[in-house]
Ligand binder design. Structure first.
Ligand code: ADP
Ligand code: TRP
Length: 321
C-alpha cells in the first residue's frame, strides 16, 4: 500500500508534529511503500524570506532523517524538486468548485486572524491534492486539522475520474484518534502559529522553560487531581505505554502530587527521549552537501512514479496532442 504525507519546513519542530505525523510515517517505512516529502511550496503561503525557507528545508530534512527516516526504505524528497505537481495542480483546478475551497476552515481561520487572503492560501488544498494524486497514494496520515483537505482531495479525484475515467486512486485519510490533536501549553491544539509548542530540538534550558509553562489548575498539592483535564498528563501520556499511563493516572487521583513535580519528570522524559536524535541531527546538519545529495536521489525516485501518472493525465486531458 502506498502511504504518503508531507510536512511544511516552516519553523521548528514540536511534539504535535512528531506524535501527530512524523513518528507514524517513520514507523510505516517498515511495512508500507512510504512516500514522504517536505512541502516547501506550501510553506510559501506563510514565509516570504528566501534564506529562511532554504534553511528550513535543510533543517526539515535533517529532522526527518535524524528521527529515523531511511531513504533506502522510503521515498523522501523536497516538493519543489518535482515541479510536475504544479502542472497537475493547474489541471485539477479545473475540477475544483470555488465553493469547495471557500468552505475550507484552514483558509477561513487564517484570514480571520489577519493573514492576507491571497490566491496561494486559497488554492493551497488544490496543490495538496496534486501532491497526493500524482503518486496514486492509497493512504494519507495527517493530524485532524488536515481532515477537510483530504476530503477536498477525494472530491477532486472523484470529479476528475468521472470525466476521464478511473485515472486517480481516491485517497483515504488516516487520522489516529489516540493522538488526533496534541494539546499545547495552554490546552489548545499545539501549533507554531499559537506560540504554545514544546519543541523537539531545543536547548535544555529552553525546553525546561516550555514544560514549566504548561497551564495547570490551582488544585493544592495534597488534593486529588483529574488527569483527563490536565495538560501535563495529556502530553506525558504520549511517552508512556498503557501500564505507565495508568500508574500516572493513579498518582493524580491519589492526591499528594504537585504539578511542579510531574512537570519536572516530564521535562526529563522529553529531554532523554530526543537526546540521541538531537546528536544525529547535529551530524547531518554539519554536512549540508550530503543532505542535498540524499534529497536529489529521493526526488529522482519520486519523479519516476510521478511521470508515469502524468503521462496518463496528459493523454487523457488532451495535453498530449
Ligand atoms: P503547525 O500547526 O504547528 O503549523 P503544521 O501545520 O506544519 O503544524 O503540521 C505538520 C503536521 O503535523 C501535519 O500533519 C499536522 O496535522 C500535524 N500536527 C501539527 N500540530 C499537531 C497537533 N497539535 N496534534 C497532532 N498533529 C499535529
Ligand atoms: N498541508 C499539510 C500541512 O500543513 C502539508 C502537506 C502538503 C501535505 N501536501 C500534503 C500533507 C499532502 C499530506 C499530503 O501539514
Amino acid at each position: 500500500m502506498r502511504v504518503l504525507s508531507g510536512i511544511q519546513p516552516s519553523g521548528s519542530l514540536h511534539l504535535g508534529n512528531y506524535f501527530g505525523m512524523m513518528k507514524k510515517m517513520i514507523d510505516y517505512q517498515e511495512n508500507e511503500d512510504l512516500f514522504c516529502f517536505i512541502a516547501n511550496y506550501h510553506a510559501m503561503t506563510s514565509l516570504s524570506d528566501g534564506k529562511a525557507l532554504a534553511r528550513g528545508t535543510i533543517e526539515a530534512a535533517a529532522n526527518f532523517l535524524a528521527l529515523g527516516m531511511d531513504p533506502e526504505k522510503s521515498t523522501f524528497w523536497v516538493q519543489s524538486d518535482l515541479p510536475e505537481v504544479q502542472e497537475l495542480s493547474w489541471i485539477l483546478s479545473n475540477f475544483t468548485p470555488m465553493g469547495l475551497l471557500e468552505r475550507c476552515h484552514s483558509y477561513k481561520d487564517k484570514t480571520a486572524r489577519g493573514i492576507a487572503p491571497n490566491h496561494g492560501l486559497f488554492a493551497y488544498p488544490v496543490l495538496m491534492t496534486a501532491d497526493i494524486l500524482i503518486f496514486q497514494s492509497d493512504r494519507v496520515p495527517v493530524g485532524k486539522d488536515q481532515k477537510q483537505h483530504l476530503e477536498v482531495a477525494r472530491d477532486i479525484a472523484i470529479k476528475f475520474n468521472n470525466v476521464y475515467g478511473d485515472v486517480f486512486t481516491v485517497p483515504e485519510p488516516e487520522i489516529d484518534e489516540e493522538v488526533a490533536t496534541v494539546p499545547g501549553l495552554d490546552g489548545q491544539k499545539m501549533s507554531k502559529s499559537y506560540g504554545n509548542t514544546i519543541d523537539l530540538f531545543t536547548e535544555e534550558k529552553a525546553l525546561r522553560k516550555q514544560v514549566m509553562r504548561i497551564v495547570t489548575d490551582p488544585t493544592p498539592v495534597e488534593e486529588p487531581k483529574d488527569p483527563d483535564k490536565c495538560n501535563v498528563f495529556q502530553i506525558y501520556r504520549l511517552f508512556l505505554d498503557k501500564e505507565r499511563t495508568e500508574a500516572l493516572r493513579r498518582r493524580y487521583l491519589a492526591g499528594g502530587m504537585g504539578y511542579g513535580e510531574v512537570k519536572e519528570e516530564l521535562f526529563v522524559k522529553i529531554r532523554d527521549y530526543f537526546a540521541p536524535y538531537a546528536e544525529r541531527r547535529r551530524e547531518l546538519l554539519a554536512d549540508p552537501e550530503g543532505l542535498r545529495r540524499m534529497l536529489a536521489q529521493g526526488a529522482e525516485k519520486a519523479r519516476h512514479a510521478a511521470r508515469k501518472v502524468m503521462r496518463k493525465v496528459r493523454k487523457k486531458t488532451g495535453l498530449e496532442y
